[in-house]
Structures are given as C-alpha cells and as structure tokens.
Design a protein around this ligand. Structure first.
Ligand SMILES: Nc1ncnc2c1ncn2[C@@H]1O[C@H](COP(=O)(O)OP(=O)(O)O)[C@@H](O)[C@H]1O
Ligand SMILES: [Mg+2]
Length: 275
C-alpha cells in the first residue's frame, strides 16, 4: 500500500515538474510597521516555465520589488509560497543559483570592472566559475574596460558590469529590478537588445520588474500586469513574437497593438501612480 509522504514545509517544493520555472502561489504580504499594517500584495499567483522571460509591470508601490525581494530571499511572504525550479529562495541562494540586478548597480568603487565581477564568485566560495570573467566582460560589451573603475564608466556601462556580476555564477534564476530605470531612453533600448542577446546565450529563468511597457513587451514571453496597491494580478499576457527579436519589431503595428493593450490593462486597474 502506498503511503502519502508526511506534510512538511518541503511539500511546497517536492515533486516539481521539470519545466517549472518561477512559482508564486497565493502570496500575500503585509508590512507591519510602526503605523497601521500595510497590505502590499494580495493573492498573487504566477507560474512561469523554466527558461522563460517574464516581466511584471504595474504602478509604483504595487509590490513589484517586494515580489523580487521574496524570490531573492531578502524578504518572506506573510502567506503563500515562493519557489523557483522547485526550490525555495533560500535553497537557491545558498546554492548560488540566483543572479540579481537592481536599479542601482552598487559596485565597489575601489575595485576594477574585473574584480567587481570576480567578487561575486569569491563570496560564493565556488572554485571555478562556469564562465570566465573575460567571456562575460566580452558578452556585456566591456572589452578593454577590465581594469577601469566604476567612477570612470557611464551609467549604462556600470549596469552592464552589474549584469556580468549577476551572471558570473551561471545562475539558474535571474532577477532584474528596473535595471535600466535610471538610464536615458536610447541607452535603455540598446541595453535591452544586449540583454536579449545575453539571455539567449545564458538560458536563465528570468523575472524582470519594469515600469516600461515597451521594455516588457519587447523582452518577454509573458507580461504580468499588476493593479495598484494592494498588488494583485490583473492579467497575464503571452507575447509570441518570434525570437531572435530585432529592434525593427518596435516599429511594427503588432508591437504597437500589444503595448496599447498593456496600457489599457494597466489603466483598467486604476490610474493611481503615487510612489
Ligand atoms: N520594508 C517595508 N516596510 C513597510 N512598507 C514597505 C516595505 N517595503 C515596501 N513597502 C511598501 O509596500 C508597497 C510596495 O512596495 P514595492 O514592492 O517597493 O513597490 P514597487 O516596487 O511596485 O514600486 C509600497 O507601498 C511600499 O511603501
Ligand atoms: Mg520597485
């Protein structure tokens, strides 16, 4: 007679299908501060495929960064479960399977480009990076800048260093929180093209948080649209433009139709855009 395994916390991660990517199940997040408790997320469920590129768009304050922080093991849900590739964020972090890029690249100013990237490997205690720093520096287009310090780089170049640093441990899961949000539109478009190229070579399950509808539509397999706070999922839109995607896609009628639809979905959730 078959017996059921005992119900433990591991039940959340046991027997995950092989193609399971990021899985958020019925997440609720309440911040208990000095004032009244703040309901940041309510009943958020997302399931992505392994290797898929998913974006979350939504107004400021709807809980996008909170979702990423929970996946990065920097915060925990009040209710619900968070897994990626069948593992908890803690398991992924401990196994150095997470790559994270925030809006501010937070590079060490006294270290060169190369040693900022190397540091990410050193802190994990991993012996040999699956991909060498030189390969990565080339991949993000910083050949010749190996020994440059962050202060001498443009904002876009610093963000490339942060991307290389996030990739150096060959993460299974890549988390990007408005990585190009502080850059001008042209630089952002260029880096989006680069990000697509890098992602196609590095097959990581990716979750991008952005406030740019165009960026989300251009990069993603799926765009998740969130409501104003408390953040809820308003829609999940599949994006089936073939890959590799080229910049010309941005000027096609079908691309504009998609961004219009995403704008409408966002507006349908209310027009609250307060921070
Ligand atoms: N540590 C925290 N303590 C209290 N409130 C927080 C904390 N972190 C975020 N919040 C609040 O939770 C809501 C969602 O924040 P956030 O996830 O940063 O939104 P977004 O990234 O979509 O702009 C906001 O109202 C924010 O002020
Ligand atoms: Mg945020």
């Amino acid at each position: 007679m078959r017996q059921r395994p005992p119900a433990t916390v591991d039940a959340a991660t046991a027997g995950a299908p092989a193609d399971e990517g990021i899985r958020l199940a019925r997440l609720r997040k309440i911040f208990e501060g000095r004032g009244a408790p703040l309901l940041a997320l309510e009943d958020v469920s997302i399931a992505t495929r392994r290797g898929a590129f998913t974006s979350i768009i939504g107004p400021s304050g709807c809980g996008k960064s909170t979702i990423l922080r929970m996946l990065a093991d920097l915060d925990a849900p009040t209710f619900g479960t968070v897994t990626a590739h069948g593992k908890t964020p803690r398991e992924l972090r401990r196994a150095s399977k997470l790559g994270i890029v925030f809006q501010e690249p937070a590079l060490l100013p006294w270290r060169t480009v190369r040693s900022n990237i190397e540091l990410a490997v050193q802190v994990t205690g991993l012996a040999v990076p699956a991909r060498t720093c030189d390969d990565l520096i080339a991949l993000v287009g910083l050949d010749g800048f190996e020994r440059t310090r962050p202060a001498e780089l443009s904002g876009g170049m610093r963000q490339r260093v942060a991307i290389a640093r996030a990739l150096v441990t060959s993460p299974e899961v890549l988390l990007l929180d408005e990585p190009f949000g502080a850059l001008d539109e042209m630089t952002r478009r260029r880096l989006n093209l680069e990000l697509l190229r890098i992602w196609s070579e590095q097959a990581a399950t990716t979750l991008l948080v952005t406030h740019s509808i165009e960026e989300a539509a251009f990069l993603s397999d799926t765009v998740v649209v969130m409501s104003p706070r408390p953040g809820r999922i308003l829609a999940e839109v599949e994006v089936d433009f073939p890959r590799p995607r080229k910049e010309a896609l941005l000027r096609t009628p079908s691309f504009h139709a998609l961004t219009d639809r995403l704008s409408e979905l966002l507006a349908g959730g209310g027009d609250d855009d307060r921070g």
